[in-house]
Design a protein around this ligand. Structure first.
Ligand code: 8YV
Length: 321
């Protein structure tokens, strides 16, 4: 008998599909993660699990789960999972690439324009009844048109973001661990060293996953090199940024503003200095949050679990290169 753990509440039609292949133990909350102790208990006799980034899959979980065959992560990123360890036990790890690409790029674009045109500050001003008259420079922001846009991380999301820049007559630079000439041709993007990206971009968009190479990539030295009126957007992973250095850069005017969908600690500590800064816009990790995309992500997890439990290859296994 298969036993499938689902660590968040998912809609009944998806649960029904899983129930057709085994017994399902679902944590019936959608905003509160399953407590670690309960997860460790539930995983003991589980053969599959559908999890989110809140669940850390480490040696403690793997030791507790001798029957586990598949871990379906409801995210494209998988830095919450010790993939080499899990794979060494013959357990398949799957993620949700492609289905969330366009939605996540759209959130990045939304954040970029929101920060550039100071929408959050302006909206608060109206709500607070401070709008007395029109002013020539009232909430004057920054143009995206004709700007230099630097993309750090030219994976699928980076490319989808670059495609959206087309109508704005921007120059696109990118930096990535590997160069892709087809992408350069298709998107008119210029491959540049990381320092060049920092020095010449009016907007920098980070879409990078968290790896040993990307951790703290945006540190004090990086912010120092950026233009003083640059806008920094992060839709990758929080730990790619040294947040202390970011706060300092914003306070000292090394950069103009930032928009963040991801943070080192999620949810953010309400005492975090970024929360009191008008030039920092923070949203709660909603990159892939459209109803259609979240449905597709869950369906892909369900498909991957179904395939592996039927002794077939998963659709989207994580294979570390
Ligand atoms: C996830 C994400 O939706 O896919 C990712 O890697 O960061 C988000 O899009 C979210 O983290 C839920 O697991």
């Amino acid at each position: 008998m298969e036993k499938i753990i689902v660590s968040r509440s998912i809609p009944q039609p998806f649960k029904d599909q899983l129930e057709a292949i085994g017994q399902v133990e679902m944590w019936d909350e959608s905003l509160i993660p399953m407590p670690r102790n309960q997860f460790l208990e539930a995983i003991k006799d589980a053969t599959a699990c559908l999890i989110t980034l809140s669940e850390k899959i480490d040696s403690e979980v793997i030791k507790a789960a001798p029957k586990l065959k598949v871990i379906a992560n409801m995210a494209v990123g998988f830095d919450n999972i010790d993939v080499p360890l899990v794979n060494s036990k013959g357990i398949t790890v799957t993620n949700t690439p492609d289905v969330l690409t366009e939605t996540t790029a759209e959130l990045g674009f939304t954040l970029m324009l929101t920060v550039a045109r100071r929408i959050v500050e302006a909206e608060k001003y109206v709500q607070n009844g401070e709008w007395q008259s029109w002013g020539p420079y009232l909430f004057a922001g920054k143009d995206l048109s004709n700007a230099n846009v630097g993309i750090y991380g030219m994976g699928e999301i980076g490319k989808a973001f670059a495609r959206r820049l087309k109508g704005f007559d921007t120059k696109i630079m990118y930096h990535n661990r590997s160069r892709n000439k087809d992408t350069e041709k298709a998107l008119g993007a210029l491959y540049v060293p990381f320092d060049t990206l920092l020095e010449h971009s009016d907007f920098i968009i980070c879409t990078a996953p968290l790896t040993e190479e990307t951790r703290n990539k945006f540190n004090a030295q990086a912010f120092e090199k950026m233009k003083n009126d640059a806008i920094f957007i992060n839709i990758g992973r929080g730990a790619v940024v040294d947040e202390e250095a970011l706060v300092y850069a914003l306070q000292e005017g090394q950069i103009a503003a930032c928009g963040l969908d991801v943070l080192r600690e999620e949810p953010i500590d309400m005492a975090h200095p970024l929360l009191s800064m008008d030039n920092a816009v923070i949203v709660p990790h909603i990159g892939s949050a459209s109803v259609t995309t979240r449905n597709r992500m869950i369906q892909l997890c369900v498909d991957n679990i179904t395939l592996v439990l039927n002794n077939q290859y998963a659709k989207t296994p994580v294979n570390l290169k």
